[in-house]
Design a protein. Structure first.
Length: 263
């Protein structure tokens, strides 16, 4: 009976040792192995074997990490206080450096990202911060990526999602935008009036050279007014005589043109 119990205990111990010596590392993970405190390399993905009590694995996730950097307080170069919401995307490309070169690579990377965001955006004016976000995000990405390279970290992207301004500054910007729209509208109206004046000057020159054309235009205007207001327009005898002359001249010119075509 005692021998069976001892054998059972031995089997349990062996199974426990085997269980502790076998680890499964996922496809997106790597295990950094330390043996008696010394680095021996990385293992994975898949099934890995460890020496129980001697090997110590540190699992590192290789997937991209999204750092949501919200409400980063910024004072711009023109002394405007604002809060910036941004995202930093980074991942581990060298697991050994990420474990051996920095105590906590996640905390270190995110703290550095905050510092660089404040530094870069703090040297910008508010107008540039609102209109040149692409340039600033590229500069921030390159600077963070360079500083985290010794840690085995790759910063793939930085995005500024929002710039939150004080209420009084929002009102001032809204007034400025309204003034700018009014300015553009006045410019468009002025350009239209200038073009209309040029056309009127050209028309006046044509009418000055041809009294008949002027009289026809006058009669056309009177006709339009009468049609719109439902009026009867009475012209002077002189106007009718001139109109008859115009019709006669037009008819003569037309007949002459037809005779020329027949010849």
């Amino acid at each position: 009976m005692y021998e069976i119990f001892a054998l059972l205990v031995l089997v349990i111990i062996i199974l426990s040792i085997l269980a502790s010596s076998i680890r499964i590392v996922r496809e997106y993970e790597r295990a950094v192995i330390f043996r008696l405190g010394r680095l021996i390399g990385t293992k994975g993905p898949g099934l890995i074997l460890l020496i129980p009590g001697i090997d110590r694995p540190r699992i590192v996730d290789l997937r991209t990490i999204t750092y949501d950097a919200r409400m980063i307080k910024i004072i711009t170069r023109d002394n405007i206080r604002c809060d910036v919401d941004s995202f930093v995307y980074y991942r581990v490309v060298d697991p050994i450096k990420a474990i051996c070169e920095v105590e906590n690579y996640v905390h270190a990377t995110q703290t550095l990202a905050k510092t660089v965001l404040r530094d870069v955006l703090g040297h910008a004016e508010l107008d540039d911060l609102l209109t040149k976000t692409v340039e600033f995000t590229k500069e921030i990405q390159e600077e963070i990526d360079e500083m985290t390279d010794p840690w085995g970290i790759k910063v793939s992207a930085v995005a500024i999602s929002d710039v939150l301004l004080p209420a009084e500054m929002q009102r001032a910007i809204a007034k400025q935008a309204e003034a700018e729209r009014e300015k553009r509208a006045r410019i468009i109206v002025a350009e239209g009036e200038y073009i209309a004046a040029e056309k009127m000057a050209q028309a006046a020159e044509v009418y000055g050279k041809s009294p008949i054309t002027l009289k026809l235009r006058e009669l056309q205007t009177l006709t339009d007014i009468a049609r719109e207001k439902n009026l009867v327009v009475v012209t002077s005898t002189t106007d009718l005589r001139e109109l008859g002359n115009i019709v006669a001249l037009t008819r003569a010119a037309k007949e002459k043109g037809e005779q020329v075509k027949k010849k």
